[in-house]
Structures are given as structure tokens and as C-alpha cells.
Design a protein around this ligand. Structure first.
Ligand SMILES: O=C(O)CCC(=O)C(=O)O
Ligand SMILES: [Fe+2]
Length: 309
């Protein structure tokens, strides 16, 4: 006997399996491709707004082109501002553990050094180590809600400067020569500085979330040392285990996150085993603060070294 047709419920509840009560859900029985019905795309978008990050197993049919064809159903694709896209693609960024920039072992939201940073990232597991190499996501709306009232009021009124240029040696003291070279010559080939509110209001849900992460350089109007201490206080709510979910990858998995309401961290615990993931990014909009002001990019300059090259 065939199963009954579900008319209004394009992804049945039973196929959405929350991983925690606060963040993350696995969606089952969906094959990601570009001719999924509109209603399924809308349902994925809805689950993303609710769970902040969704996971799909067994998507090994995807290559770069098919990954992007699917991702494009969620919005326009956008390349990384300084690293560009893999040749022949619109936005694919290859993160390969054996190359510079391939290990994203810092808490961050993608590309917050520009104003309209991506709204969704779509990440495909290609080569996954036998042990280790998980990724952790945090729900930054849950982090905001878990702030005590006085801290919430403070966060509502703070702004932060985000930049792709930061003290790399201090942040990654054990980086390889190749990683340092990638940071100097590619990642920071153009210097961006953007002021974002520490609390952004989500354009689709209206939810408030903390907008911080490793591109933050300082809080506007505060000294470097006060900025660093306050940053740690707020960031500790983002990284609290209760606000996070951890994904154990298999090759062929796809993770999609709402980059407007999450931070993530690629755990660098797999030594010299090989790990490759490939990311497509969907264009976002300029964040808005609780009092209706928009983020601003102040500096956008080519580095003299890059210009000479
Ligand atoms: O390697 C990972 O699991 C995540 C990498 C990352 O930060 C990204 O794709 O945006
Ligand atoms: Fe990332």
C-alpha cells in the first residue's frame, strides 16, 4: 500500500529530528537538488529559521555544481570577498586541512568583516577524518536570551568593529608557514572594516542575536583592553555548551546554517589526517540594530603589497 500523500506538510515532522532543544536538527528523506519543489525549499528555510542549523546525511550525489544549483534556490550566491570562488563556480570555497586557511578553528560568523555578510552557508563534507574533525554551532539568539537583563541592555547599545585583518600570530600561534602566507597574501589582500551592532534584529524572525566572533577587533568607544574583557563576557554566552550543537561528519553530509543567528567552530583535533569541506554562500542583507540603525563598512582598501603584486 502506498503511503498517504501529505498535502500541506512537505517535510513531515517525523523527518525533522532536533539534535538539542536549542539548536540543530537533522532533516531526513530529502535529496538536495535544484529541482526540489518550491514548498520543500520554503520548508527548509522555515526549519533553518527555527533550528539555526540543519543537517542532511547521504548527499554524496552532490558535486560543486549541484551543490551550488541547490544553494541557489535559497538565494543569490556570493563569493568570498578576498578568497574568491573555486574556478568555474559562483561561491564555492574549498577548506582543505592540508592548505593554508583550511582549518576554521575559531568561533566566528562567516565574513562579518563586510556589512551584508552571507545569510546562509551550505557546507558539504567531502573528505572526513576517521577520528575528529567535528564542527560546533552556537545559536546566538539563544545566547542573547540567556544574558542577564543588565548585560542584555548593555549589548543592545554596543557596536563592534569587525575586520579581516587581526593579530593572526596571537590568535593562531601554532599556524604553519603556509597558513601565515595564506592569511597575509590572500585572506587580507583587501582590508575591510565594518561596524556592526553587537545585537542584530533578524530580518525574517525579528529575533535578536549576538553578532560577535573572531573578526571583532574592538567595541566602539571602548579601549582595547575593556573591549577584550567585555567581548569575553558576551562570547562566553555564545560558547556555553547549552547553546551549542556538535556534528560528527560523514562524507556526503550537508550542513546549512543561518549565518545571521549562529557562530561556528571547526574542531582542530584530527592531526595530519586529511579533511576537506566545500562551502557555498548565499548573499545576505545589512544588519539592523535594535534601534533601527544599519551596519556600515568604513574601510575597504587594497593593501599596498597586493597592489604592487
Ligand atoms: O570546517 C568546517 O567544518 C567549517 C568551516 C567553516 O568555518 C566554514 O565553512 O564556514
Ligand atoms: Fe565559517
Amino acid at each position: 500500500m502506498s503511503s498517504p500523500t501529505l498535502v500541506n506538510q512537505v517535510i513531515p515532522d517525523a523527518d525533522v529530528v532536533p539534535l538539542t532543544a536549542r539548536v540543530g536538527a537533522e532533516i531526513r528523506n530529502v535529496r538536495l537538488d535544484d529541482d526540489l519543489p518550491k514548498a520543500v525549499i520554503a520548508a527548509i528555510n522555515q526549519q533553518l529559521l527555527r533550528h539555526k542549523v540543519v543537517f542532511f546525511r547521504d548527499q554524496a550525489h552532490l558535486d560543486d555544481a549541484a551543490q551550488e544549483a541547490f544553494a541557489q534556490r535559497l538565494g543569490d550566491l556570493v563569493p568570498h570577498p578576498t578568497q574568491g570562488a573555486v574556478q568555474g563556480t559562483s561561491s564555492i570555497l574549498a577548506l582543505d586541512s592540508s592548505r593554508g586557511g583550511g582549518r576554521a578553528d575559531q568561533w566566528h560568523t562567516d565574513v562579518t568583516f563586510v556589512d551584508a555578510y552571507p545569510k546562509f552557508s551550505v557546507l558539504r563534507g567531502v573528505v572526513i577524518p576517521e577520528a575528529g574533525g567535528d564542527t560546533i554551532w552556537s545559536n546566538t539568539h539563544a545566547a542573547y536570551l540567556s544574558l542577564p537583563e543588565p548585560l542584555r541592555l548593555l549589548a543592545d547599545n554596543l557596536w563592534a568593529v569587525h575586520s579581516n585583518v587581526y593579530d593572526y600570530a596571537a590568535v593562531r600561534p601554532r599556524a604553519t608557514a603556509d597558513e601565515k602566507k595564506h592569511f597575509e597574501e590572500v585572506f587580507t589582500s583587501t582590508v575591510y572594516e565594518t561596524e556592526h551592532p553587537v545585537v542584530r534584529v533578524h530580518p525574517e524572525t525579528g529575533e535578536r542575536s549576538l553578532l560577535l566572533g573572531n573578526f571583532v577587533q574592538r567595541l566602539v568607544g571602548l579601549s582595547k583592553s575593556d573591549s577584550a574583557r567585555l567581548y569575553e563576557v558576551f562570547q562566553s554566552y555564545v560558547t556555553a555548551p547549552e547553546n551549542t550543537v556538535r556534528w560528527r561528519w560523514r562524507a556526503g553530509d550537508v550542513a546549512i546554517w543561518d549565518n545571521r543567528a549562529t557562530q561556528h567552530y571547526a574542531v582542530n583535533d584530527y592531526g595530519d589526517q586529511h579533511r576537506v569541506v566545500r562551502r557555498a554562500t548565499v548573499d545576505g542583507d545589512v544588519p539592523v540594530s535594535v534601534d533601527g540603525r544599519r551596519s556600515v563598512t568604513h574601510v575597504k582598501a587594497e593593501k599596498p603589497a597586493a597592489r604592487a603584486a
